[in-house]
Design a protein around this ligand. Sequence first.
Ligand code: SAM
Length: 280
Amino acid sequence: MSRGVREQLRGVVPDSLLDLVPKSFDVIGSKQKAVAIIEVPEEIRGHEEAIAQAVMRVQKNVASVLSKESGRAGEFRTREMRLITGDPDTEVLHRESGCAFRLDPRTVYFSPRESQERGRIASATADGEDVLVMFSGVGPLPIRIAKQRPHVHATAIELNPYAHNYCVENVHLNRVGDRVDAILGDVREVARSLDRQYDRILMPLPKGAYMFLDVAVPLLRDGGVLHFYHWAPSEDFYGEAEELVKAAFRKEGREAVVTDRFRVSQFSPRDSKVRIDAVG
Ligand code: SAM
């Protein structure tokens, strides 16, 4: 696809700069309407309108092209984005593995690249389980799980009101409203009102989940499964994450057995997102 974009730009962007045109970019949405999110290097900023037009010509469903203006930041893990060209309404309906997620990438976290990881977690979940999804965003994890496992019940907790509202809508869109409860709030606060323990707890907040392990472990039933995500350095992918998980179980007088370690994605040469699965 990107070669197509570069081809489109031949004669428009000087040959010496063509290699700087982004190799890949995220597209979120459906065949009817999608947004593309691109990162334009400083040296070719003067050509961004032409680049965005080329993206729209090559990928006909793209109605808006957004430029990444910052890294992900803040509690909501969103980033600054600027509309380069196209429809200023950037709300889309993203389709993934038989599910549909309505969202606006300008107000919420969502990554289409994590579809495979969602599939792995849905497949690992046994039917009949009671699952807690902390940091649930617009609901892709609880919805993928509930769609794949018809007798699972999932509780989803999210702090960003935009993401929570989309989650509520997405739960209904995907017809899993009888099995997924979406709660708006801070995991730490909401946890106090939860009156049961869970078979499986997901903690998909790589930059900070460790600060909520003291909340998660007491909510996990004996022998339950914890999926803990962590931002890890390349020198040692799993050491710190494993130690954090084991220490949190020890604090509760329990012992964690690590059953899987997985490098989910690489953010930069130095940093990766990893998952530790533990039973305890
Ligand atoms: N699970 C979602 C997904 O895969 O698309 C979202 C993951 S995103 C990395 C982390 C989410 O956690 C964000 O939507 C953010 O708003 C939410 N969050 C951050 N701190 C939180 C807290 N203390 N309580 C509840 N949600 C929180």
